[in-house]
Ligand binder design. Structure first.
Ligand SMILES: [Zn+2]
Length: 485
């Protein structure tokens, strides 16, 4: 029998107003629908509800490049034609279109995840929920798969200020490539993704052999899966893998991305999970009693996304089993014809054979057994918290955002960022599209030139900072060459 925990829930009332593009499968309205369902069940009485503080431009550049964030801030649907080079370079326009309020949407999504992490750090709560977060594909200098600003990486960076080891778990149907790439070289974050892999499925990364690099080698865990995963096999491999991860890594905090596109009947997905299977993974993670940041993610059949996240909220607050009949509320009509909470699995075949799943689990287990038991952090200066009321603003560089500003220039000059805390590169550049695959255009060539430039800048950065990059450079260079072929 589990116990009630303190839960903080982050929701911004504007989040459902944004629209990517007409007919685009990513619909922020699903977050408002989930929130309305959550309220209609009365769960808002059992958690503390917060409007997230909007993430500042400066805070975003803790992971993203200055120029990319400046571009996101300044571009509008009306002015995007003036920036053809940046549109290509930053990979916006197709899957990830420029829409009205884009930057504000990113600020809300990222702000909720960082705020949640900050409250977990201060032990103000045991679980923080931000269904507007979980945008796991965004890279340091490029949008990808409907994601622009990687709230997860920013949230984990916040947790790392207090926690020696953070575990990131991803149950979206797509590989959590942006987060894995960001923490590829560190042992302070273990990423663990369960996803559909192969046959050109987006984003194309997440092979079982991709296990991280250098100090981060064996700290990336990938469980590639085929179509039709059902509750029984998914929950089994999930529990076995996480059990081994917890045993050998012993994280002090966990971030769980609950992408709902792994559910049956998703517009872009091909798994066959029900809310009960998906939710069992959430309950299992909750049972470890670690500070837990729970985030949204993908999910393109809106009514199933809201069902899923409302149901998982009930599990996180340890609510009794919910009746299958949905309560009357503002979006009730969206749930026709059955108006039920739970989903029925479809008749699709499960292409994942038990013996193959077991073989993959064994391979992952062998890698985990090899990791250095409970890596430590060592002494270092802790960076300033994201949110600190007493903090005075003394710079006018970002004067128009000073209400969100948390660092003085002096701090920025003296702050010690741990080596290899995160990794910025375009090596794992996603070349596939999630929504409307397109043939390569002339622009692609330019894209590659940009990649080389940025790779060289990255190498120079390593060289300037650490003097020796021999082993790492060789390893990265090899991958880079392979990807370029
Ligand atoms: Zn997804």
């Amino acid at each position: 029998m589990s116990q009630r925990k303190k839960v903080h829930y982050f929701y911004h009332r504007d989040v459902g107003n944004y629209e990517y593009a007409f007919g685009h499968p990513m619909k922020p309205l699903r977050i408002r629908m989930a929130n309305e369902l959550i309220k209609s069940y009365g769960f808002d009485q059992k958690m503390e509800i917060y409007t997230p503080k909007k993430c500042s431009q400066l805070e975003m550049t803790k992971f993203h490049s200055d120029e990319y964030i400046k571009f996101l801030k300044s571009v509008t649907p009306q002015t995007q034609n003036l920036y053809p080079i940046q549109m290509t370079r930053f990979n916006v326009g197709d899957d990830s279109p420029i829409f009205n309020g884009l930057f504000d949407f990113c600020r809300i999504s990222a702000g909720g995840s960082i705020d949640g992490a900050e409250r977990l750090n201060k032990k103000k709560t045991e679980i923080a929920i931000n269904w507007a977060g979980g945008l796991h594909h965004a890279k340091s200098s490029e949008a990808s798969g409907f994601c622009y600003v990687n709230d997860i990486v920013l949230g984990i960076l916040e947790l790392l200020k207090y926690h020696p080891r953070v575990l990131y778990i991803d149950i979206d149907i797509h590989h959590g490539d942006g987060v894995e790439e960001a923490f590829l070289l560190t042992d302070r974050v273990m990423t663990c993704s369960f996803h559909k892999y192969g046959y050109g499925y987006f984003p194309g990364t997440g092979n079982i052999k991709d296990i991280g690099l250098e100090k981060g080698k064996k700290y990336s865990v990938n469980f590639p899966l085929d179509d039709g995963m059902d509750d029984e096999s998914y929950v089994e491999i999930f529990k076995k893998t996480i059990n081994a991860v917890m045993k050998y890594y012993q994280p002090s905090a966990i971030v769980l991305q609950c992408g709902a596109d792994s559910l049956a009947g998703d517009r872009l997905g091909c798994f066959n999970l029900t809310l009960k299977g998906h939710g069992k993974c959430v309950s299992y993670i909750r049972s470890f009693n670690k500070p837990l940041l729970v985030l949204g993610g993908g999910g393109y059949t809106m009514k199933n996304v809201s069902r899923c996240w409302a149901y998982e909220t009930s599990l996180l607050i340890d609510e009794e089993e919910l009746p299958n009949q949905l309560p009357l509320h503002y979006y009730y009509d969206y749930y026709c014809p059955d108006y039920h909470l739970h989903l029925e699995p479809s008749s699709m075949a499960n292409k994942n054979e038990l013996k193959d799943l077991d073989k993959q689990y064994q391979e992952i287990y062998e890698n985990l057994r090899d990791i250095i038991f409970v890596p430590s952090v060592g002494n270092r200066t802790r960076p300033q918290d994201f949110y600190d009321k007493e903090y005075k603003v003394q710079t006018d560089q970002y004067i128009n955002e000073k209400s969100d500003f948390r660092f003085t220039e002096k701090d920025l000059n003296t702050q010690i960022d741990p080596i290899n805390e995160f990794y910025q590169s375009s090596i794992y550049k996603s070349r596939k599209k999630l929504w409307t695959p397109k043939k390569p255009t002339e622009k692609s060539q330019f894209f590659d030139l940009q990649s080389i430039d940025r790779f060289n800048i990255f190498k120079k950065h390593l060289f300037d900072n650490y003097n020796s990059i021999s082993g790492q450079e060789k390893e990265l260079g090899k991958i880079f060459k392979k990807k370029r072929k």
